[in-house]
Design a protein around this ligand. Sequence first.
Ligand code: FE2
Length: 377
Amino acid sequence: MDKKENEIDKIFSEAKDFLPILGIDYIEFYVGNAKQSAYFYKSALGFESEAYSGLETGNNEEVSYVIKQDKIRFVLTSSYKKDSLVNEHYLKHGDGVKFVAFLVEDSKKSYEETIKRGAKSFLEPIEVSDEKGKIVKSGIFTYGETVHLFIERKNYKGVFLPGFQNWNNDFSPPPVGLKYVDHIVGNVGWNEMDKWCNFYRDVLGFTQIVSFDDNDISTEYTALMSKVMSNGNGRVKFPINEPAEGLNKSQIEEYLDFYNGPGVQHLALATDNIIMTVEDMKKRGIEFLYVPETYYDDLIERVGHIEEDVNLLRKNGILIDRDDDGYLLQIFTKPLVHRPTIFFEIIQRRGANSFGKGNFKALFLAIEREQRSRGTL
Ligand code: FE2
């Protein structure tokens, strides 16, 4: 047994649920211009080229650029055709996440188990092969038009998936230190949070690990509710937000308006050194939400001793929160696309397993400032 198999075996035995998920295989965005998006993620976030599919590989329908950084893999896909599912999705939602693909041991079984429990089918299990082996993939819908794919690749030795070739590109900016996807947050419609949490519980066997109500997450003006669902081995965490009544429009409503429905709101990407990662991203043009300096005035009283230099945290606008297990550092980008929809969170965990509840207020005030500037509050 080689090292990789050993590793997979270990992960697999930890998961006692009916749907063992080995990790997030990739996140695929449907975008207007995949080539330029790939350039953006490489330049501004330090992703590197991995694989490519398009006209040159015999794909006349759509083009995909695959990029990665440590354990994070993104696929950026655009269509060559006027009428296509990709373009329909793009026209309706703008650039957004279409697939959150899970790495699984058995795609067919994952599909059958989840369909049996009430999932809506997106793709029945199919085998795709080339000279490097075969993969099996299948998929089910989650909120909105977002899809979970089950990717089984234990019999595949090629780059990414059959039909892809290596993407060799001389342009390779250095990474910014992003390591893995910590959590993926979905925004769903009014009163739909429980429905989708139940979906993750009943259909995928997840459990609820945290819940926030509008008392936790509200300012004078805007509110939302949130619950966090996790799979059996804790590798995959999905917070689900719904809007709540406030004096003004909830940030979740703004998202729903501009995305035209539910979808992925943010991806939280983990780093081992948030100060370095954020300083690097800023130099490359990424804009972050601004937090007033007063946030730092009573920081040490609130969170106790931390390893980082508070001046550097203040300078970069990085937020800190503590729970029973430790603390975490986090910061949020402004929307990464032209619509006020998807954004990223950069997170560094120092023991804490929570999601920064203590920062919600400061954060939402910052988001409201942005909404006000867009005239959407
Ligand atoms: Fe988050």
